[in-house]
Design a protein around this ligand. Structure first.
Ligand code: CU
Length: 282
């Protein structure tokens, strides 16, 4: 019941914090994690640099068009080399690229390294749905399937809403493992700045720390077969208290008859070994 209540709550909750594709959207989705904050800021910085370069080139073009118009400049110059200019137009772009590379690499390392994770989530891509596992929570796991268009309830998003969304607590550093069972998929949540390939036999790693409660949408963005467009990602970020409630309910709702497969146990022990003292409340 509480699960339903929570789900209902977040669906009804102010849509300012629901982040997915919007009509006529031209910018990026609003950031909801420190990684995406930095990605958006870096994007904006690059936009300034690109704008200045474009302006400079446009200025040069206009100057050439006006200054060397055949009426004003009937006899063309025969200049074919100018060492100073040639050095400049090689060195200056290199410098610009180096200046861009420094924050770019910093950001890449920031995205790559999981800072002291509080919990772990394992995402498995299948043709054509996702499985979510909480290895820290005695292997809680469930499948997340698209809601077909015919079954959509009012307020649910076509091709984006799922039967069982991934639920995560806010202000928690979450390590995300991504893997696959058949072909290559990609788990992509734009407002989290998380995009990780789901590859058979590999465990890719990313992380997120959701800053605001809300509903966030993503999609598989690696062409994975005929139903590629029908394996969306829905994440509900809730307060830590609500998350604990949800966990209690979810463990009952998704209790497995076989008490979890071998894979779940391996993931659980790997996660426990790797990190830190077992979380309280288990
Ligand atoms: Cu896909």
């Amino acid at each position: 019941m509480l699960t339903l209540a929570l789900t209902g709550m977040s669906v009804v909750a102010p849509s300012a914090l629901a982040d997915g594709p919007q009509r006529w959207e031209i910018g990026m989705q609003a950031p909801a994690t420190p990684v995406k904050d930095r990605l958006s800021a870096f994007h904006d910085e690059l936009l300034v640099i690109i704008f200045l370069i474009t302006l400079f080139v446009l200025g040069l073009l206009l100057y050439v068009i006006v200054r060397f118009h055949h009426e004003r400049h009937p006899v063309p110059t025969r200049t074919s080399h100018n060492t100073v200019i040639e050095i400049l137009w090689t060195v200056v772009p290199v410098l610009i690229l180096v200046i861009i590379a420094i924050p770019s690499f910093k950001l890449m390392y920031f995205m790559d390294r999981v800072p002291n994770p509080d919990m772990t989530i394992k995402v498995t891509g299948h043709q054509w749905y996702w499985t979510y596992e909480y290895p820290d929570q005695s292997g809680l796991s469930f499948d997340s399937n698209l809601i077909p268009e015919a079954d959509l309830k009012p307020g649910q998003k076509r091709l984006l809403d799922v039967d069982n969304p991934l639920v995560v607590p806010v202000d928690t550093v979450i390590r995300v493992y991504v893997t696959g069972t058949d072909v290559i998929h990609s788990w992509f949540v734009p407002s989290f700045g998380v995009q990780e390939y789901a590859i058979v036999g590999r465990l890719n790693e990313s992380w997120m720390k959701v800053e605001h409660p809300g509903v966030y949408y993503g999609q598989c963005n690696q062409i994975c077969g005929i139903n590629h467009a029908f394996m969306p990602i829905k994440i509900e970020a809730v307060s830590k208290g609500d998350f604990e409630h949800w966990l209690g309910d979810a463990k009952k709702k998704f209790a497995h008859k076989d008490d979890g497969g071998g894979a779940v146990r391996i993931a659980a022990s790997a996660a426990t070994d790797a990190a830190r003292p077992a979380p309280a409340g288990n």
